[in-house]
Design a protein around this ligand. Sequence first.
Ligand SMILES: [Zn+2]
Length: 185
Amino acid sequence: MTSFCCKLCFRDFTTFQKLLTHERNKHKHNKMVPHFYLLVQPSPEQMSYYIDSFIVLVKKKLGFSRHAVGKRRLSIETFPEHVFVYLFKDEETFKYSPTIHKYQCYFEGYSGATRLKQIFQYDHWDFRQHPLTNTKGYVLLEDYENKYQVKFTWSQTILSENNRKFMLGRMSCNFVADSGEFQEK
Ligand SMILES: [Zn+2]
């Protein structure tokens, strides 16, 4: 009989669905990555390669008109798991689901904006300035009314064919874009 074991507390379940429900109830905010020892620390070159790619894609989603406002989503179709884990593992909101092999991490408000500048080592990652006016398109994290999230997710697609497993890791990012005029200080 097949059984499904929780990788976090080693309890056995008769179905995958029961394991999933257990994980959602008991390990909702899990940060532990049981296979962490298999994830090699990425080189600084590799880290900056993926950070740069992310910044380019964010900026492509930003614009200056009214149409540039609202929810945005971007994804990098081949994003290594270890790069994602090493980027976000120390964050308070980092969480991992071993059952579905999925990571999440989000940043919120001014404190989130500050933290992302540190992680990406670039203060200007989240906006684009119009070349002729004072208009900026930017990632919205907080305004006078609300706080907004920038949410990162990593998940995997597996294709089985001819006794081989092909794996694809994808990083997605959801955020809110806004635009407005800013006076130069
Ligand atoms: Zn468990």
